[in-house]
Ligand binder design. Sequence first.
Ligand code: 2RA
Length: 336
Amino acid sequence: QGLRVGILGATGAVGTEILAILAERLFPVAELRLLASPRSAGQTLSFRETVLPVEAVSEQTLKGLDLILASAGASVSRQWLPIALKGGAIAIDNSSAYRMEPNVPLVVPEVNPDDLKTHQGIIANPNCTTILMTVALWPLHQVRPIRRIVVATYQSASGAGAKAMQELKDQALDILKGQPPRTEVFPYPLAFNLFPHNSPLNEQGYCQEEMKMVNETRKIFHAPELRLTATCVRVPVLRAHSEALNVEFAEPFPVQEARDRLQKAPGVQFVEDWQRNYFPMPLEATGKDAVLVGRLRQDISAPNALELWLCGDQIRKGAALNAVQIAESLIAQGLL
Ligand code: 2RA
């Protein structure tokens, strides 16, 4: 008979991708409610063969849902998800609002689906960079616990939203026309440039985006001792993130064993052609469900460390797909 499903933030880059993925994966939807701010209400979006209205989120429009998938920012989630829960829904929240709450599971279905068993109504979707990294590293961590991760990210414009993707294109045109690039969404020019992620900095000089990778990875891996340092960078790419990873274990991890595991890992597409110097690229990760992993090699400076490279679609596996897979896992576990 299907579920009564709501999408909060339905008109955003992630919300529209959730809509497409629910249709693609034949998710059991009996009723679909598209919810957004009053400003975005009134538009229509199509789902399978029907055209649906985007309604303003309210107590009324949140009543009687079985599941709500939210991707509208932390303040919107904090305001409306408790009301959705009162109406009987389970909430999967893509924002950072609840990720570190002890009673809120933070889940990547390929990694820690069992954490869903203890949910109390809200389940948090991790940050995109964390999702992509944990999908790639879990198969290794399972056999030899990771001691330390050093990660540098190369993050696409899509992480800052649909308007940011458009601004990157506009800036490129501005520059090619010899005009100063407009910077309404981004604080600095991104086209033909890059800059450290401009989320707020803490007193140790780390930005929020970097600390999300530290804290969320420890929670997902149930590894509070895991040491991680990150440098997050915004790069002129439209919608796929890339990450350079240095991963240290308590003992050497034979490269071929790591390669064998990654080639069989759930959610991973292993991409390596050393003869052609061909490895994961964001353009090739775009639109794909899998995290592309490759360029695996022994760290020549540290016998217990491996180096690897990944690219993954930030809107898809980095957000929308992971949220839908959490919902599918809830159903498979009899929790929804
Ligand atoms: C970013 N991960 O890329 C953050 C938010 N989506 O900016």
